[in-house]
Design a binder for this molecule. Sequence first.
Ligand SMILES: CSC[C@H](NC(=O)[C@H](Cc1ccccc1)NC(=O)N1CCOCC1)C(=O)N[C@@H](CC1CCCCC1)[C@@H](O)C(=O)OC(C)C
Length: 332
Amino acid sequence: ATGSAPAVPIDERFDIAYVTPVTIGTPPQTLMLDFDTGSSDLWVFSSHMPPFQVRGQEIYTPDESSTARLLEGHTWSIMYGDGSASRGNVYVDTFAVGGLTVLNQAVQTAQQVSASFTSATNIDGLVGLGFSTLNTVRPESQLTFFDNAKASLDNPVFTADLKYMAAGTYDFGFIDRAKYTGEITYVPIDPDPGYWIFTSSGYAVGASSNFSATPIIGIADTGTSLVYLPTAVLTAYYRQVQGATNSRSYGGYVFPCDSALPSFTFGVGEERFTIPASYIRYAPVTEGSATCFGGLQSSSELGINIWGDVALKAAFVVFDSRSPPRIGWAKK
Ligand SMILES: CSC[C@H](NC(=O)[C@H](Cc1ccccc1)NC(=O)N1CCOCC1)C(=O)N[C@@H](CC1CCCCC1)[C@@H](O)C(=O)OC(C)C
């Protein structure tokens, strides 16, 4: 089996997150979920939440699904890198995305979500695509939809083709030759922490003329909007940007929106990928401001480097869960 589904930006002004239509239950209930390689819980806004916590999101109502079964005595609770959080109980039900159907998928129903989820009106929940070891359901942790689907997939892979200010695609079980050019460069993944962690071979500010071959260990994370890198890399980049400062009040590097920005190149093995300046001129700090927030930010507060959507948009990425797992990057 294979599947293919769109990854739609939730905001038409800038790429803060991407959502994908899924159906859950019988008859099918459609929700728009954020497919997140940085976590491993499949959770949804649900009829078990206090109504004031729901602000326009679609909800899953297990009582209206003839195939829903409560997973007695199981609960979950998760906190993300940005401090947002959610928790609740667990059902199993039929889950379908992009033509793929998984019977008896653990669907984690929210009973409480933090304010940032309530205000993210276009995100009805998350589909974790990290390793199932990270799943927070207790007393028995549950498998991700990808791990449940893997045995029936033509290949144990999924790919991300995210796009700048446009809908991209997640493919499951196959690698679409039409979505990339040249060859795919694969590098090993360390699956122990449960994330898609790989080592980039280095970086260059601007075109890859002055490439600095320094290894950068980081997570390939579809659920993170920006790129978070070591301070040394950030200062090398923003040194080239007129008027750039690391603003405490705005919580990161900002610069005049009309400043000239170099591109940013990162290495995967011998291959070089360039993030265009337009992706790094991320967004005005507030609507209409002449000060812009950078798409490259410091990872020092996070303790881990993250190749989020700003980097993933610059490539076609293969998440290959054969053993040992590996990640592939190709130009497009
Ligand atoms: C650097 S880690 C921060 C990361 N969050 C983010 O990147 C959020 C995502 C978001 C989108 C829409 C609405 C609300 C939040 N964006 C964010 O903090 N932004 C502030 C800077 O400008 C860009 C938007 C994060 O926590 N990612 C989560 C998934 C994410 C999905 C959307 C809802 C909130 C949770 C996950 O990938 C994760 O925790 O990864 C770990 C490995 C860091």
